[in-house]
Design a protein around this ligand. Structure first.
Ligand code: DQA
Length: 146
């Protein structure tokens, strides 16, 4: 069975409370529940992890290299400046799809640039929680399992 890791970065544990006009009113638990249901329907396995800490996200990317067929990564604000997370993504062979709930290109200038995207398979932004599902489908289409 294909296995995928959903990796959410800083402040995404605050979904539902955090800037609801931008990120909506649903919580991280709602998101993870939706993705687990999608996985069950699609016949794949999904593991969800969230951390506010850069090093934890890097460790999770390293460990996923041996264990997963793909990673769906929302690096939060690290997207815009973490060369360490970019290097982690570039240094593993497991494909990574970058996801943003909001349309970062319609927001502040500092959000228009992703240092992660050049190392990722692709990027989805602005489609809310649905973007995670699309990213999983892109990975499934890309990898065909191990
Ligand atoms: C985000 C966009 C980032 O700019 C922001 O720092 C986040 C969330 C998104 O999902 O839209 O924390 O990655």
């Amino acid at each position: 069975m294909q296995r995928y890791l959903i990796l959410n970065g800083p402040n995404l544990n605050r979904l539902g409370k955090r800037e609801p006009a931008v990120y909506g009113s649903k919580t991280l638990t709602d998101l993870e529940r939706e993705l687990l249901q999608f996985a069950e329907d699609a016949g794949i396995e999904v593991t969800c992890f969230q951390s506010n800490h850069e090093g934890d996200l890097i460790d999770a990317i390293h460990e996923a290299d041996e264990q997963y067929d793909g990673i769906v990564l929302n690096p939060g604000a690290f997207t815009h400046y973490s060369y360490a997370i970019r290097d982690a993504v570039a240094g593993v062979s497991v494909p990574v799809m970058e996801v943003h709930i909001s349309n970062v290109y319609a927001r502040e200038e500092f959000r228009h640039h992703s240092v992660i995207a050049p190392a990722a398979l692709g990027q989805i932004a602005g489609l809310g929680f649905y973007g995670y599902r699309l990213a999983l489908q892109a990975l499934m289409n890309q990898t065909g399992g191990r």
